[in-house]
Design a protein around this ligand. Structure first.
Ligand code: AMP
Length: 323
């Protein structure tokens, strides 16, 4: 079932211990859309400036992504982000963020984007996330990502946005900061109690049913009111650029769920979605920017899913224990 994603479409300048790239195609919505496009039809909503080149749109077009709701703002500049990673690729320093066309952005969704059954609110200002959520009140499944900045400067709005979706996908540190709970499971379970009472007028009822805690190179955990599941990251010997790993992960997870419209959002579906999320993220970090996922083939995903499956299985081995 079609997926609508709203979020940043960006130029990224990134430095890692393995090199530096200037003004490459990036943005949360872009990384998400490329990953999700392996599973279903994706519609991207977000603004770009006059500096945005056709060759970047072509990267999305080649994956069959619907770019008709990308708003081209006359005289505007595309969102720009400049980050640097040290040898610990789990942490990064942001040198510069230029909002450009995101300043004053008011999401205008076409009927087509509004008719999607699945919605992903990538990391943007939580008021914008709520605005878009209110434009898709009947979406079967809505998920959201955010970042520490919004926890710190727009917490109430973020809590309201979270209360309006089914699934929250955050880094473990963000979950802890958001809830003030140092224990990850306790933090996630608190979010699962957030009632839609925090919603504004016109926002749909619901409340999150699933929390996914991303843990960088250590993998990700899935927490629901009844269950817990975790997967390690796919073990790679070479990671070149982690930018967008979280969004590719979300694209794999949400895309896989979108591709199973008739299956209940239960443990089995969620666990398989976690595996696909893990695999998509692993491809993303193998090269700079969108390079690897843009030329990825479905067969490569299938092969890596098989490997991940075999490396995370163990058999019950009954043993008479001493004591
Ligand atoms: P991730 O590595 O998954 O957190 O995503 C990185 C992507 O998010 C980059 O391509 C950036 O362009 C984009 N990004 C960085 N900061 C922001 C921000 N404040 N708002 C929206 N997108 C951002």
């Amino acid at each position: 079932m079609p997926i609508t994603v709203v979020g940043s479409i960006a130029y990224d300048t990134v430095k890692t211990p393995f090199g530096e790239r200037e003004r490459m195609l990036g943005g949360a919505a872009v990384h998400f859309a490329l990953a999700a496009s392996f599973f279903d039809e994706v519609r991207v909503v977000g603004p770009v400036g006059e500096d945005f080149r056709n060759e970047e749109l072509e990267v999305l077009n080649r994956r069959g992504i619907d770019v008709s709701d990308i708003e081209h703002v006359a005289g505007g500049r595309t969102f720009f982000w400049h980050g640097e990673y040290g040898w610990d690729l789990n942490t990064r320093e942001t040198h510069d963020t230029q909002l450009g066309v995101f300043e004053g952005f008011a999401p205008k969704l076409s009927d087509r984007s509004r008719s999607s059954d699945v919605l992903f609110l990538a990391n943007i200002q939580p008021d914008l996330q709520r605005d878009v959520r209110a434009q898709l009140p009947h979406a079967r499944f809505a998920a959201l990502d955010s970042m520490n900045l919004w926890i710190e400067i727009a917490r109430d709005s973020l809590v309201a946005a979270i209360s309006s979706v089914d699934c929250v996908i955050l880094n473990d540190a963000e979950l802890r900061e958001l809830t003030g709970k140092p224990n990850l499971v306790a933090a996630a379970r608190e979010i699962l109690t957030w009632a839609p009472g925090a919603n504004g007028p016109g926002e749909p009822a619901g409340g999150p049913r699933v929390v996914v805690a991303k843990q960088g190179e250590y993998g990700a955990a899935l927490i629901t009111p009844e269950s817990f599941f975790a997967l390690p990251a796919y073990p790679l010997e070479t990671v070149i650029d982690p930018t967008g790993a979280g969004d590719s992960f979300a694209g794999g997870l949400v895309g896989y769920i979108a591709a199973h419209p008739h299956e209940q959002l239960g443990e089995s579906l969620l666990r398989r979605a976690m595996a696909h999320a893990t695999v998509l993220a692993s491809f993303n970090v193998e090269e700079f920017g969108t390079d690897r996922v843009a030329r990825l083939r479905g067969a490569e995903i299938v092969a890596r899913i098989r490997e991940l499956h075999s490396m995370t299985q163990f058999s019950g081995a009954p043993l008479k224990l001493r004591g």
